[in-house]
Design a protein around this ligand. Structure first.
Ligand SMILES: *[C@@H]1O[C@H](CO)[C@@H](O)[C@H](O)[C@H]1NC(C)=O
Ligand SMILES: *[C@@H]1O[C@H](CO)[C@@H](O)[C@H](O)[C@H]1NC(C)=O
Length: 374
């Protein structure tokens, strides 16, 4: 009798907790089994290849998916796994997906770690419901081989399938990227602070960064600002990124986050803002280094309307920053504010690096002296 009672209790508790989970949806952080520490049974593996569609708890797979242990030899390389001891490798036309409970019309950012193995020009197609984005992952930015990437979607329904697909057309069907540590974060629309015409000028709102990943998160090319993991900002580039860095692992000029320009002139950080033609504005920002050993002579270039300026910064790689200010007269109703690094920089260990920008603000100014120049 006691047994029956207690098992009923357990069943009821389970029901209640399942219902609570469904109602509250995802929470910020690692997805269920997002680091693949729970793996397939031995019987569902052929060598490293996962054979069953539902063999990896919480995930559904299709195509050539392998379950890879940390330190396992892959072709001619050995990669330690960042999140625990296991990761998956997506071969040609392979997909992993998981169903998420989300808030309809909410914005979410996915962060995951990827490491390229033998394929050359690799991309990943990340999708959630009807929205998808193709992330170029051919450049390795971090010397460990692992880079974290992010991608944002707007939830069209209260449940969505999040999937990561590797199109892959390699001769070796197993050649593809390793994936690990998949997390989610609800994006807030940052309020426009008083006295700043820019949104998220301090970069305090952005993608999830794992407390144990010291290398920041790469924000891929993003030609629109609504779906940007860095709300307000666009990343203009063909295939390159900017790096979102956090204060626990980097020196940031202001607040808890900043952006490191790691791809030279191949990437521009851009925000569009409403302006009045003929009126004068002042763009101010911090230029510095992330204190990550990037010891280089750097130049950040800023553009707005017909004005531009170069801000030289001599980095000792130990952290530090200075302010810069660019005044310009708007020529259109919308002005693009652009920040760019003039050069590529690399640390001794091969990690790509560059100047950090932070605390960007735009205000309108009265300008008497300059009027004479017009
Ligand atoms: C395992 O994979 C090999 C190579 O693709 C194949 O020949 C073999 O039949 C597979 N074994 C099982 C049990 O499916
Ligand atoms: C990416 O995946 C989505 C969902 O499967 C698909 O609709 C879209 O066409 C794919 N994009 C590319 C460029 O293959």
């Amino acid at each position: 009798m006691a047994d029956i009672m207690s098992s009923r209790c357990v069943a009821l508790l389970l029901l209640v907790s399942v219902a609570a989970q469904a109602a509250s949806g995802v929470t910020d952080g690692l997805l269920p089994n997002g680091n693949f520490e729970q793996g397939p049974a031995k019987s569902e593996l052929n060598g490293t290849r996962v054979t069953g569609k539902n063999s990896i708890p919480n995930w559904e797979i299709s195509g050539f998916v392998e379950y890879i242990g940390s330190g396992q030899q892959l072709d001619d390389m050995i990669l330690p796994v960042p999140g625990g001891a296991w990761a998956v490798r997506l071969g040609n036309d392979a997909t992993i997906r998981q169903q998420l409970s989300v808030t309809r019309r909410g914005y979410y950012t996915i962060t995951f770690a990827a490491a390229r193995t033998c394929a050359q020009a690799d991309t990943l197609n990340v999708s959630a419901g009807p929205e998808s984005g193709v992330l170029p992952i051919q450049t390795v930015y971090t010397s460990s081989g692992w880079d974290s990437y992010c991608w944002t979607f707007k939830a069209r329904h209260s449940t969505v399938w999040l999937s990561i697909h590797h199109p892959g057309h390699e001769d070796d069907p197993a050649c593809g990227p390793l994936i690990d540590s998949i997390a989610i974060k609800t994006l807030r629309s940052p309020p426009r602070p008083k006295g700043n015409m820019l949104r998220n000028g301090d970069f305090e709102e952005g993608p999830f960064i794992f407390p144990n990943t010291p290398w920041g998160v790469l924000v891929p090319p993003m030609m629109e600002d609504v779906h940007s993991p860095l709300p307000g900002w666009m990343i203009m580039s063909d295939t390159k990124v900017v790096k979102y860095v956090d204060s626990p692992h980097h020196v940031v000029p202001h607040g808890s986050y900043a952006v490191e320009l790691v791809a030279g002139r191949e990437t521009a950080l851009v925000q569009e803002v409403s302006t009045t033609p003929g009126k004068w504005y002042a763009l101010s920002f911090s230029v510095g280094d992330a204190g990550n050993g990037c010891q280089e002579s750097m130049i950040v270039e800023a553009y707005a309307a017909r004005s531009r300026m170069q801000v030289p910064y001599s980095s000792r790689g130990t952290g530090g920053s200075k302010r810069a200010r660019l005044e310009f007269a708007a020529v259109d109703k919308v002005t693009r504010v652009v920040l760019q690094s003039d050069n590529h920089h690399m640390k001794h260990d091969g990690t790509l690096c560059g100047p950090v920008v932070d605390d960007v603000s735009l205000v309108s100014v009265r300008k008497h002296a300059a009027r004479r120049l017009l």
